[in-house]
Design a protein around this ligand. Structure first.
Ligand code: NAP
Length: 530
């Protein structure tokens, strides 16, 4: 399927801007065909007006139609076949097997949201029936339900060109609840974006939804993102990417006359705490696991464990030696794009220039190493250096880790207290370690959205219980997740109906419970009629 290099607004391909940009193959540095047309201010206006115009039909659409829509998107993505994977491979350098897995995850999460929509109880109906005889005051009839916010603007990250991009979890969760979506395409994978956007358009048409429920704007200028966030029709924003990008969009939203929520998933160091018993019992095994997680995908995962703490003592030398050996023989790999490769090189240089930071081990340089190749490295520093250097507590996106040795458990807790908000925190511990780790775990519960035991943080399951989001700067609102079915809570708000007659209530709230939902009625969960 040839690419046209244009945006899609409400189902139609559009090229109104005069500027163009190109994708670059990070493996060769060569520019890829075709050129892509930058969206204009007029496109922002048209896309958001179309989203608004489709909003009332979409919010009233049946759960069956929305579930069919999500499933049709999944089928259309699969129908793109190898052409999608090959384009994504050329635009990101990610291996084809990794992209095949990511496509499976993307399709799987669309289907999971379809199941959730069909079941229907996500809208959290709460009913307190009237108590007319109550004294001193009667209680009115009160019934609340979650309703969609309206048009949502989505920004995806470059490191997941499918699962966190055009039809990723943000888009799937917003469409599931009936919010029209305008995606700002990532300029590092515009062809992949165009293919997926076409699939969404075909799916909308197949199920008979208005075309305005989805638009896709190409662009590589920050001004486009800002204009989308500040447009008065935009009701919420979903963002996955860098701290700097997320913060800029959060500030732009807060500067609006009417501020709107921005759900930004940003940066995290994902600290790993290796407690003394575990270090002594299986230090070598933990070192191997840490290296695998740290170098997976050339370290370009938001859950990469970028920081490890050990307590000085038995097993420490074995752990350090094993980690150093594993890193030295780890492969180098192509990074997503020149910007990320450059930021990794500069960031590493900056950290290495800090007093007290040393290199523990670096992967052996392959002969064909180019500037876009990430070379795994583990640095080390004392607890004092870590505590006094805020730069060591910032994400270094790429295959780099920092090892810190604490004197004792008290020292470990003080270091944990120094951390900013995280997506994940991991503890390696024996049963005996755990018994003495309650204070550390209490700190980690405050710092992170997901706390793991004896594992590694890369690999985020898409399911009902997943929490992918943590205190700032891991995300802009730690109460929400961007992965898993709870992600849809970001795009809804509760409305309470007071003293409405049955025939004027939305069907979710009617006494007969025609949709068969699980509802909280007078404090008891049930699917019964009232
Ligand atoms: P990025 O550079 O922040 O880009 C993400 C999107 O935001 C792009 O569409 C980009 O478009 C836009 N953008 C960035 N800065 C902007 C600004 N100042 N104003 C307006 N728009 C802006 O992120 P990335 O480099 O692609 O992705 C890698 C980063 O994502 C890493 O830091 C990684 O940790 C993070 N990440 C986080 C998660 C998570 O769930 N927490 C998941 C995956 C990745 P333009 O380039 O056109 O500006």
């Amino acid at each position: 399927m040839p690419l046209h290099g244009q945006s899609y607004i409400a189902g139609a391909s559009v090229k109104s801007g005069t500027e163009v940009f190109s994708a670059v193959d990070p493996q060769t540095g060569h520019t890829l065909e075709p050129v892509f047309h930058e969206s204009s201010e007029k496109d922002v206006e048209t896309a958001l007006q179309a989203a608004e115009d489709s909003s009332s039909v979409f919010r009233r659409s049946s759960s069956k139609v929305r579930a069919d829509f999500l499933e049709a998107i999944a089928s259309e993505i699969l129908a793109l076949g190898d052409a999608l994977l090959e384009r994504a491979h050329r635009e990101t350098g990610l291996p084809l097997d990794r992209l095949t897995g990511e496509r499976g995850r993307t399709v799987g999460q669309l289907r999971l949201f379809a199941e959730v929509v069909r079941e229907g109880s996500w809208c959290e109906v709460r009913i307190d029936t009237a108590l007319p005889e109550r004294t001193p005051l009667p209680r009115p009839d009160l019934r609340s339900v979650l309703v969609p916010l309206g048009p949502v603007v989505i920004f995806g990250a470059s490191n997941f060109p499918l699962a966190f991009s055009v039809a990723g979890g943000d888009t799937a969760s917003a469409l599931a609840v009936g919010c029209p979506v305008v995606v700002k395409g990532h300029p590092a994978h515009p062809g992949t974006g165009e293919l997926v956007a076409g699939a969404i358009n075909r799916a909308a048409q197949a199920v008979g939804l208005p075309a305005g429920v989805f638009s896709f704007l190409q662009g590589g200028a920050h001004a486009l993102g800002k204009a989308l966030v500040q447009h008065p029709r935009t009701r919420a924003v979903g963002f996955t990417g860098s701290h700097r990008g997320g913060r800029a969009l959060l500030d732009a939203a807060n500067a609006r006359l009417e501020p709107i929520p921005v759900f930004a998933e940003m940066s995290s160091l994902n600290p790993v705490f290796i407690l003394p018993g575990a270090l002594k019992e299986r230090g070598a095994q933990i070192a191997q696991g840490l290296k695998n997680s740290l170098t997976m995908g050339v370290g370009q995962f938001c859950t990469k464990p970028g920081l490890a703490f050990v307590v000085a003592g038995e097993g420490g030398d074995v752990f350090r030696a094993e980690l150093a050996k594993a890193i030295q023989s780890a492969p180098c790999g192509t990074m997503l794009h020149a910007g990320i490769g450059g930021a990794f090189a500069t960031g590493l240089e900056h950290v290495l220039a800090l007093p007290g930071v040393r290199t523990l081990a670096r992967a052996e340089q392959s002969q064909e190493l180019t500037s876009s190749q990430g070379r795994p490295v583990v640095l080390e520093a004392s607890a004092e250096t870590f505590a006094s250097q805020p730069a060591l507590r910032e994400e270094l996106f790429g295959p780099a880790g920092l090892l810190i040795e604490a004197k004792d458990r008290g020292d470990l807790q003080q270091l944990a207290e120094k951390l900013e908000g995280q997506l994940t925190a991991t503890v390696h511990a024996t049963e005996a370690d755990l018994a003495g780790a309650q204070d550390l775990l209490a700190i980690l519960e405050r710092k992170a959205g997901r706390v793991l035991l004896n594992g590694f943080p890369t690999g985020v399951e898409v399911c009902h219980a997943m929490q992918h989001g943590g205190p700032y700067p891991a995300s802009s609102d730690s109460r929400f997740t961007s992965v898993g079915t709870a992600a849809l809570r970001r795009w809804v708000r509760p409305v309470c109906y007071q003293n409405f007659p049955a025939n004027a209530l939305p069907s979710e709230l009617q006494n007969e419970n025609p949709l068969g939902l699980m509802r909280l009625v007078n404090g008891q969960y049930s699917r019964d009629c009232i």
